[in-house]
Write a protein that binds this ligand. Structure first.
Ligand code: FES
Length: 145
């Protein structure tokens, strides 16, 4: 069996939603000092708290790029509260799986989205439960490498 699914290869070769949003309503950046990968997510959110547009920049491995691409497709058109429920497991499943030692790459996508939503909440004075959001970055999975 090939190491990477066709979907992973497709999203790696033709990533969707790459770029930046200049006037983004929420920006989230997460990175890992060990593997050096950085993911940045930009959200454009309308007055109904729906994600109208999303873009990402990922400086990292192919799995991180494929995960960002898939994750941005999944949250586009969703409300911010729906986007907060996106798990790295759901992203991985949508990609038809990732090799076990690459699962941590999809965690970056989940955390970058949550960090961007938190930024949006902070900028708009919307209260939230901090427990719902990742702590200032520490990726245990990457630390193992
Ligand atoms: Fe760290 Fe892929 S190797 S995100």
């Amino acid at each position: 069996m090939a190491l990477y699914s066709e979907k992973v290869m497709d999203h790696f070769r033709n990533p969707r939603n790459v770029g930046i949003i200049e006037d983004a309503d929420g920006v989230g950046e997460v990175g890992n000092p060990v593997c050096g990968d950085i993911m940045k997510i930009y959200l454009k959110i309308n007055e109904n708290q729906v994600i109208e547009d999303v873009k990402f920049e990922t400086f990292g491995c192919g799995s991180a790029i494929a995960s960002s691409s898939m994750a941005t497709e999944m949250i586009k058109g969703q409300s911010v509260t729906e986007a907060l429920t996106l798990t790295n497991k759901a992203v991985t499943e949508a990609l038809d799986g990732l090799p076990p030692h690459k699962l941590h790459c999809s965690v970056l996508a989940e955390e970058a989205i949550k960090t961007a939503v938190k930024d949006y909440y902070d900028k708009n004075g919307i209260s939230y439960d901090p427990a719902e959001f990742p702590a200032e970055h520490e990726c245990e999975h990457c630390m193992e490498h």
